[in-house]
Design a protein around this ligand. Structure first.
Ligand SMILES: [Mn+2]
Length: 330
């Protein structure tokens, strides 16, 4: 799919564009926000982040962004275009006052989540793209805007992160071509790789230790999951923003088909990261529980305690896998 002309024209003409992403921003969302802000023709382009970035993992993106302004709500009111990137639904838009605050604006929705319902006035959703950063790269190249080394680094980081270091099925030839062009444009592969994959702070390391410790393998080896309660997260000195891709730990077990991480970042709300292996789509399970995402990488939040939510989700996962009644889930 080529970049819709309407997206290029609207963004090229924007005088006071503001770019938003999703709640609990990840590297793809933040890289896309900051990278787009740096490349848009308007010198007034800015991003909005209602709460400060607490996660250490994301700080390098702010360093790379080299002073892209983060705007206050007042500036949002003046915005002539609001670009929402990497955000699957209106309820996940990360602006103060939530979606209602921008619903009347000229919203341009750029995303790669299959479940995105085209909530913008202009929508560009490509669910076969590896990442939103890949789409922003495509947009910049199609529009002929500036792509300097810092922008290249931001976008490369998002692609690297969303493909788990170019290892997931979403790593298409197009994705690698985007990455190659970003490296030629100056993305610092070693620095970004180091900041994403080999820069654990002690508290994050302690959290991972807990994820390993709490990992259970059930359903005859087909489901692996781990849990992090509110108190466990706090006892490591971590915040909810530190819960990122630790589901990769139960996922790394050989032979599993579904990996899950249950985390209680907020008391009484369990966030579940779901990952499918060996062609097992987890999106139907996430959607059944009220969440969304991609075919093999999805998520949902459920109100309740760990003891209530875990068995409920395991039963649903077992059903999805078509397990025999007597297969042990607990
Ligand atoms: Mn993404």
């Amino acid at each position: 799919m080529s970049v819709p002309r309407e997206v290029i024209d609207t963004l090229a003409a924007a005088r006071l564009p503001v770019i938003a992403g999703h709640v609990t921003p990840d590297i793809d969302a933040l890289g896309a926000m900051l990278g787009l802000a740096r490349s848009l023709p308007s010198s007034e382009a800015a991003v909005v982040l209602p709460s400060p970035l607490e996660s250490q993992k994301l700080q390098f993106l702010k360093e790379l962004s080299n002073g892209v302004p983060i705007v206050a709500p007042e500036r949002m009111e003046l915005a002539d275009v609001v670009v929402v990137v990497d955000t699957a639904s209106t309820k996940r838009v990360n602006v103060s006052g939530h979606w209602e605050a921008i619903a009347q604006k000229l919203v341009v929705n750029i995303d790669h989540h299959t479940t995105n319902p085209d909530y913008g006035r202009i929508n560009w959703v490509e669910d076969n793209a590896s990442s939103t950063c890949e789409l922003i790269w495509k947009l910049i190249r199609a529009a002929g805007w500036n792509l300097d080394a810092a922008t290249a680094g931001l976008l490369y980081a998002g692609i690297y992160s969303d493909t788990a270091g170019f290892s997931l099925p979403s790593t298409t030839a197009d994705c690698l071509e985007a990455a190659a062009d970003l490296v030629r444009s100056g993305a610092d592969v070693d620095r970004i790789g180091c900041r994403i994959a080999r820069s654990q702070e002690r508290h994050e390391f302690d959290l991972i230790r807990k994820v390993y410790h709490n990992t259970h393998v059930v359903a005859e080896g087909r489901i692996a999951y781990s849990t992090l309660t509110y108190d466990e997260i706090a006892s490591c000195g971590c915040s909810p923003q530190d819960i990122d891709d630790q589901v990769s730990i139960p996922r790394s077990l050989s032979g599993i088909r579904v990996a899950m991480l249950f985390s209680e970042g907020e008391k009484g709300i369990i966030r579940i990261n779901l990952r499918g292996e060996s062609g097992t789509a987890v999106l139907p399970l996430a959607e059944k529980l009220g969440g969304g995402g991609h075919a093999y990488s999805a998520g949902v939040r459920i109100r309740g305690t760990m003891d209530e939510v875990v068995p409920r989700v395991l039963v649903e996962a077992g059903q999805m896998l078509g397990l025999r009644q007597e297969t042990a889930l607990f």
